[in-house]
Every structure is written in structure tokens, then in C-alpha cells.
Design a protein around this ligand. Structure first.
Ligand SMILES: CC(C)(COP(=O)(O)OP(=O)(O)OC[C@H]1O[C@@H](n2cnc3c(N)ncnc32)[C@H](O)[C@@H]1OP(=O)(O)O)[C@@H](O)C(=O)NCCC(=O)NCCS
Length: 187
């Protein structure tokens, strides 16, 4: 086989492998199996992320501060969901978790949150916090607990979401990764 052909085949195999590895399966509300492709965002994705966040009623302030840390989910070419793990030192803010209305209830929100929490663990972050006015009942399934603002690391309290995008009445939630890591090590 010629070296050029060999190289392009290698790329094709890599693309297929990454597609399979990054794919997530779910079940649509109507019972059909669905599959989403995950990838990190690039700055060029910001306009469609903005559109998805707006349609989900989520705040836009500061959403574009760490574009490459956005996780995007696609069905075909359509953006089905997004979620951001905004990192500040050894802590992160989980924000902008949005699923397109037609995709809701199929497990996509959960798949994105779990993926980002796995990344937070891989990065050995200590704490992940979030603010929500709409989904305080959703996040406990991932281990988040309601806390007062005082229990949030200072670096997160200085973020655009904390300082203005979310109202002071928003629910604050926290997941202590250090503690869960210690529990796992003991077990
Ligand atoms: C919240 C959201 C991301 C969930 O995504 P999803 O893909 O529909 O959720 P999943 O399929 O993973 O999970 C479905 C489950 O979550 C529950 N759920 C969904 N949205 C919820 C909410 N706002 N509050 C409490 N529970 C919720 C469903 O009732 C369902 O419960 P069940 O498993 O007991 O049947 C999505 O509804 C959304 O984009 N909402 C608008 C934006 C928002 O509020 N984002 C969160 C704040 S950052």
C-alpha cells in the first residue's frame, strides 16, 4: 500500500474509532433508540451554543469565557445539547447544561453531566458547584447537594454566573469530589 493511502486510512480508522468511543446512546421518549456524538466546542460553535442557551432560558453572561471546555452533543448535524465545566484553579462551575426541547427526557442531560464529572475527576478537581433556578431537583442524582453560597470556593464566587448572571435567590449546589475520591479509595 502506498504511504499516502496508508495515512488517510489511518485517519479514517481514527475518526471512526473516536466517533464510536465518543458516541452516547439513549432512548427517546417515543421508545426509539437514539445516539449522540460528543465533542468539545471550538470558538466557531459559540453562536449556536448561544442560541441553544437562549431557547433553554439560561443566562448568557460569561458563557463564552472557556469555549473549548464546552461539551457539545450532536444528533446528525444538529446541536442536541451542551454543558460547560468552567474551571477555576482546583474547582469548577458546572453551568449552561441545556438539552434541545425535542431531545429532552432521553438521558442526554445525564450523559453530558456524567461525562463532565468524569473529566473533573480525571483533572483531580476538588469541588464542582452549580447555580440553578430551574433544576434543583435534577442534580441530586449526580451527587450534588444544596449548600449556602458561603460553601462555594472563592474562585467560583467571582465568576460571571455568581456575580450577576444568576439571581441571588438561585439554588447553590455543590459536589465534593475529594470526599467521594477518598470514599472510593477506602472501598
Ligand atoms: C435539565 C435538563 C438539562 C435535563 O436534560 P434531559 O436530557 O431532559 O434529562 P435526562 O433525560 O437526563 O433526565 C430526565 C429526568 O430528569 C428529570 N428532569 C428533567 N428536567 C428537570 C428539572 N428541570 N428539574 C428536575 N428534574 C428534571 C425528568 O423528570 C426525568 O426524571 P426521571 O429520570 O425520574 O424520569 C433539560 O431539561 C434542560 O435543558 N432544561 C432547560 C435548561 C436547564 O434548566 N438547565 C439546568 C440548569 S444549568
Amino acid at each position: 500500500m502506498r504511504p499516502g493511502v496508508d495515512k488517510s486510512l489511518e485517519h479514517l480508522v481514527e475518526a471512526v474509532r473516536s466517533e464510536v468511543e465518543n458516541g452516547k446512546a439513549g432512548k427517546h421518549r417515543d421508545g426509539r433508540a437514539v445516539r449522540w456524538r460528543f465533542r468539545s466546542a471550538t470558538p466557531a460553535d459559540l453562536p449556536r451554543i448561544r442560541a441553544l442557551l437562549s431557547s433553554a432560558g439560561l443566562p448568557l453572561a460569561g458563557f463564552d469565557s472557556q469555549p473549548k471546555r464546552f461539551l457539545l452533543a450532536f444528533r446528525g448535524n444538529a446541536l442536541a445539547g451542551c454543558a460547560l465545566l468552567e474551571r477555576h484553579a482546583r474547582a469548577a462551575l458546572l453551568r449552561s447544561v441545556a438539552v434541545a426541547k425535542r431531545e429532552r427526557g432521553s438521558g442526554l442531560g445525564g450523559a453530558m453531566v456524567r461525562e463532565l464529572l468524569a473529566r473533573a475527576r480525571a483533572e483531580r478537581l476538588r469541588v464542582v458547584a452549580l447555580l440553578t433556578t430551574t433544576a434543583a431537583g435534577y442534580f441530586p442524582r449526580f451527587g450534588f447537594q444544596r449548600v449556602s453560597r458561603a460553601r462555594v470556593p472563592a474562585a467560583l464566587k467571582a465568576t460571571a454566573e455568581f456575580t450577576g448572571a444568576c439571581p441571588a435567590t438561585a439554588t447553590v449546589m455543590r459536589l465534593d469530589l475529594e470526599r467521594t475520591r477518598r470514599k472510593r479509595t477506602k472501598a
